[in-house]
Design a protein around this ligand. Structure first.
Ligand SMILES: [Cu+2]
Length: 103
């Protein structure tokens, strides 16, 4: 292996590592069970609170299913913070939450 080939391999390895880091910092989706909602208005207020949270890219809250489906950047916001936002609106979170798929 000559020096030029070695240099190309080094660059390729670097790009692979960089790519892996970028993927791990990608947007994640999590489903949190919200308890205590009594109407669609409750769901809207939880949804609005989540959407205005830094790091949350999308939030869908359903009164019927009692679920909050949240897309978030795990570099900007933690799951603990998301749960805090929900409890601050006056509802409680089920301890049993579904881990989201990394995208
Ligand atoms: Cu309500």
């Amino acid at each position: 292996m000559n020096q030029k080939q070695r240099a190309i391999l080094t660059v390729l390895a670097f790009m692979l590592i960089l790519g892996a880091i970028t993927v791990s910092a990608a947007t994640r989706t999590i489903i949190i069970h919200v308890k205590g909602m009594t109407c669609g208005g409750c769901a809207v207020s939880v949804e609005e609170a989540l959407k205005s949270t830094d790091g949350v890219t999308d939030a869908r809250v359903s009164f019927k299913s009692g679920k909050a489906v949240i897309k978030y950047d795990d570099q900007k916001v933690t799951i603990a913070k998301l749960r805090e936002v929900i409890t601050n609106t006056g509802f409680s979170c089920d301890a049993n939450l579904s881990p989201g798929r990394a995208r």
